[in-house]
Design a protein around this ligand. Sequence first.
Ligand code: HEC
Length: 148
Amino acid sequence: MKVILNILGWLLGTILVLQFIQIKIPPAPKATKADEIKAPKDVMAILKTSCYDCHSNETKMPWYGNISPISIGVHSNIKEGRAWLNFSIFNKYNEQKKQKIYKGIVDSLKVKKMPPPEYLLIHRNARLTKEQVKTLSNWAQSFIKEDK
Ligand code: HEC
């Protein structure tokens, strides 16, 4: 019993100490409404519920997202996700970058890489149905210019 209490004490202590590590999401890049991606309603709805938390300036942070050590993972996801693709500044990207994004969307949907599986464990409403995957994939595909 004493051993268990000891372990619990250490665990609690460690978690408390970890709270001193405060990781902040990097400030969102400046964007106007015109910079945001424009897409048909059904596509926008999918992007907003399943992608915007990590790929836009409109991150909805869950309460536990600021608790270490969870915050470390959550914040790096947002930082890297935004760096790769930020729908809030989509219209600032040049054509080359946009092409890379459209291809990336088609590919990552194909291998079920996006939205990340660990995120879907918690955000069940972000799961995509087969229909939604098709809608999003077809939409991205329609912009891809094959260079021949
Ligand atoms: C939990 C955060 C999170 C969510 C939600 C999320 N992404 Fe990502 N995404 C990331 C991170 C982090 C990266 C960069 C690192 C990597 O490639 O794993 C990334 C990378 C990407 C890439 C580049 C992939 C590559 O390697 O070629 C694309 C495209 C992408 N995401 C599209 C999407 C789309 C579309 C959605 C919604 C259906 C989505 N993501 C939802 C975090 C997220």
